[in-house]
Design a protein around this ligand. Structure first.
Ligand SMILES: [Zn+2]
Length: 351
């Protein structure tokens, strides 16, 4: 591995830490420590991994205590106060008042609830009881695990529903019955007829880009495999979310890693990418990302990856533990790749 880069100078008059030019581009956006930057924003920067931070002793003391910094392998070294007269330029880190962090709660498989820009969205509701649906491979009936909370709790407060495609593990009969029919629902173009047939009255195909309550939703291309299996799987979409003051989110959906996904990440530089990472296979063909592809996403940009769609279906080939092990072997820290448990809520902030 290359030598750990280090922050090379600290200027108390500018109240910022300047870093060496040798640090890769994708790291640098996380390394301007403004005096007003709250500590939780600083330490949420996933790219703290494997660098040496040289900073004033109060900040060093704070960072050394921070679990996320410790877990990322960051080395923190205080600068001697004899070198920089820090006493006349005390560093204060006050939380920025105002907006609460974005919340992402994983229920099971791809089913997520997002609290984003003051609104609550439900993505790909798959609400079937454990083992109530047929197996894909003969290994087990599906879903393989129960929902972690009741359906009422999942639906509580939901103002918008997004359905990426009509595969059963993304929008099942229970969801069609239980999700309130009046809620606005975005889907991929072509699925609106079937969703309306199920009784939903406010269905909008997501064409390119739309605004909803101050949130910009942009449709993104996905490919549910590569080669002939795509015919079998049918079309899918991903989407991006952006809103004032919120982290930008790219929800990639049921897609493998292929050039349009890489291009979306490269062009939009999202703060968060949500992947489907269980390595599901259909007749041997990969139909969503596996560990290698998820790690490649982690390595391709400066933000945080949230791996979902795991340990719920019997055609999956990658467990959460497999993914974590593979990520560790490639030097991807736990702070960069989040793998929520079913029911877990992540609080995510703008870097
Ligand atoms: Zn699917």
């Amino acid at each position: 591995m290359a030598a750990a880069p280090s922050i090379t100078s600290y200027s108390p008059t500018l109240d910022r830490v300047d870093i060496g030019a040798h640090i890769p581009d994708f790291l640098t956006r996380h390394f301007t420590l403004e005096q007003s930057c709250p500590p939780d924003l600083i330490v949420a920067g996933i790219s703290w991994a494997r660098v040496t931070v040289v900073c004033c002793s109060p900040l060093a003391a704070y960072l050394s205590r921070c679990a996320e910094v410790r877990a990322s392998g960051t080395t923190v070294r205080p600068i001697s106060p004899l070198i920089f007269p820090l006493r006349s330029h005390p560093i204060t880190h006050k939380p920025v008042p105002g907006t609460p962090p974005m919340k992402l709660q994983l229920f099971r498989n791809a089913t997520l609830k997002l609290d984003y820009a003051g609104h609550t969205m439900l993505i790909d509701p798959y609400l079937a009881t454990k083992h109530s649906l047929p197996s894909f491979t003969g290994r087990s009936p599906n879903p393989m695990v129960e929902l972690p909370v009741g359906i009422d709790e999942i639906l509580d407060g939901v103002e918008l529903v997004i359905v990426s495609h009509l595969h059963q593990d993304h929008f099942d009969a229970v969801a069609k019955e239980r999700v309130p029919k009046h809620l606005p629902l975005f889907c991929q173009p072509g699925d609106e007829g079937k969703i309306r047939e199920a009784g939903f009255t406010n269905v909008t195909p997501l064409n390119e880009r739309t605004e909803w309550n101050g949130i910009t939703l942009t449709r993104r291309d996905g490919s549910h495999g590569l080669g002939p299996v795509v015919e079998l799987m049918g079309p899918v979409i991903g989407f991006s979310l952006e809103a004032e003051g919120e982290p930008s989110v790219y929800w990639a959906g049921d897609t493998v890693l292929y050039p349009p996904v890489e291009k979306t990440i490269r062009d939009t530089k999202p703060d968060i990418v949500v992947t489907h990472s269980c390595g599901a296979r259909w007749n041997g063909d990969l139909i969503v990302m596996d560990a290698d592809e998820t790690i490649a996403v982690c390595e391709s940009f400066g933000g945080t990856v949230v791996a979902t769609h795991m340990e719920a279906l019997d055609h999956a080939t990658v467990t959460r533990a497999d993914l974590r092990r593979a990520a560790e072997a490639r030097g991807v820290p736990a702070s960069k790749l989040l793998i929520p448990a079913d029911g877990e809520t992540l609080e995510l902030r703008r870097p």
